[in-house]
Write a protein that binds this ligand. Structure first.
Ligand code: ADP
Ligand code: MG
Length: 353
């Protein structure tokens, strides 16, 4: 309806703003857990355990052996836009960490119940911290723990009624997406042991993902997908320019084993899992030319100068802008065409099978 008088413009109150923006950073279970896993990786952890209760619906927890959080930081830990990783705008050009906006913990506080247990090498005992929905520290006590950090989120989205219902309804689907996302980190993280467990109703705990923290992409692929899948892949290494290259593995022309389009296609920029729709499209098109019956699996990491990419495009940081994306796509096309060209010896060998 058209208002009779022009309505007064007023500021939205802070708590409401917080809840609105938190719901954009944390979209679902995978994006919530992703933020915690990235924090553990940023903290230099070599062992990360993701524990879920009822597929994450009841609670989820990320336990790491990283550097821990120093007591000076307890009060500001979950405040919006408080971070140890970025101080000035120019720093955005040289990001080497997954996080940089100081929004994850503050958003998780707003959307669920957040507690933290942490200890650095300078403390002999750990501290258990409880945070309120606004991100303020509400309780603090001593507890026993090794060096590192455990972050627990109970009842995600209990604060957003519609999302909360959707969350319960879609929990198995979100859980499936989460496992695929954890695979993305398990594949690319070198020297990091990843374990994911799920505890269901009657306290039955099962291990759903477990990696050894090997030192190479090849070993990680074998651990995550198995030797059979690995043997259907071939290494890929394409130089795009003096400062850009792409490395990884992809399905041999005759041995695509993706079950459906997009199955096990993992793309990274400087080790950060990202969505690159144009790259996926190119890969799938070219692969189709060589093999119309199957889909390709791929694990591809683009190395680009940090100043040539902007990860601050969407709140969940999955989308990125690359300067000179077109010439990158062009070089990638040339490289893939070479691999998937019918004249390629590799293709001919597989064609007769
Ligand atoms: P960001 O990662 O963008 O800095 P977060 O809200 O994810 O923002 O985290 C806020 C800060 O809390 C981080 O900058 C870091 O200093 C600290 N932190 C969060 N998780 C951990 C962890 N697992 N280990 C050590 N420090 C952590
Ligand atoms: Mg973070």
């Amino acid at each position: 309806a058209i208002p009779a008088n022009s309505p007064t413009i007023k500021p939205i109150n802070e708590g409401t703003i917080h809840r609105i923006s938190a719901g954009q950073v944390i979209l679902d279970l995978p994006s919530a857990v992703k933020e915690l896993v990235e924090n553990s990786l940023d903290a230099g952890a070599t062992s990360i355990e993701i524990a879920l209760k009822d597929y994450g619906e009841e609670w989820f927890q990320v336990i790491d052996n990283g550097c821990g959080i120093s007591p000076d930081n307890f009060k500001v830990l979950a405040l919006k836009h408080h971070t140890s990783k970025l101080a000035n705008f120019p720093d955005l050009q040289n990001l080497t960490t997954f996080g940089f906006r100081g929004e994850a913990l503050s958003s998780l506080c707003s959307l669920g119940n957040l507690t933290v247990e942490t200890r650095t090498k300078n403390e002999s005992v750990a501290t258990h911290l409880t945070f309120g929905h606004s991100g303020l520290l509400t309780a603090e006590r001593k507890t026993a723990r090794q060096i590192g950090t455990t972050i627990t989120v109970k009842k995600l989205f209990s604060n957003l009624p519609v999302r909360s219902k959707e969350f319960s309804r879609n929990i198995r689907k979100e859980y499936g997406k989460l496992i695929s996302l954890l695979n993305a980190y398990a594949l690319i993280a070198k020297g990091v042991r990843l374990v994911c467990t799920n505890t269901t109703g009657k306290n039955v705990k099962s291990v759903v993902l477990k990696t050894q923290g090997s030192g190479s992409l090849k070993d990680n692929i074998i651990t995550v997908f198995g030797m059979n899948t690995f043997s259907c892949l071939e290494p890929l290494s394409i130089s795009i320019s003096d400062s850009c290259k792409v490395d990884g593995f992809l399905s041999k022309p005759g041995q695509g084993s993706g079950r459906n389009l997009g199955d096990r296609q993992y793309l990274y920029v400087n080790g950060r899992p990202v969505d690159m729709p144009k790259v996926s499209k190119l890969l799938n098109e070219l692969y189709k030319g060589a093999n119309s019956r199957q889909y390709p699996i791929t694990i591809m990491n683009f190395t680009v100068p940090t100043e040539a990419c902007d990860v601050n495009v969407t709140p969940d940081k999955r989308k990125i802008f690359l300067s000179d994306e077109n010439s990158m796509l062009h070089a990638l096309r040339e490289g893939l065409l070479h691999i998937y060209s019918p004249n390629n010896a590799c293709y001919s060998v597989n064609k007769v099978e």
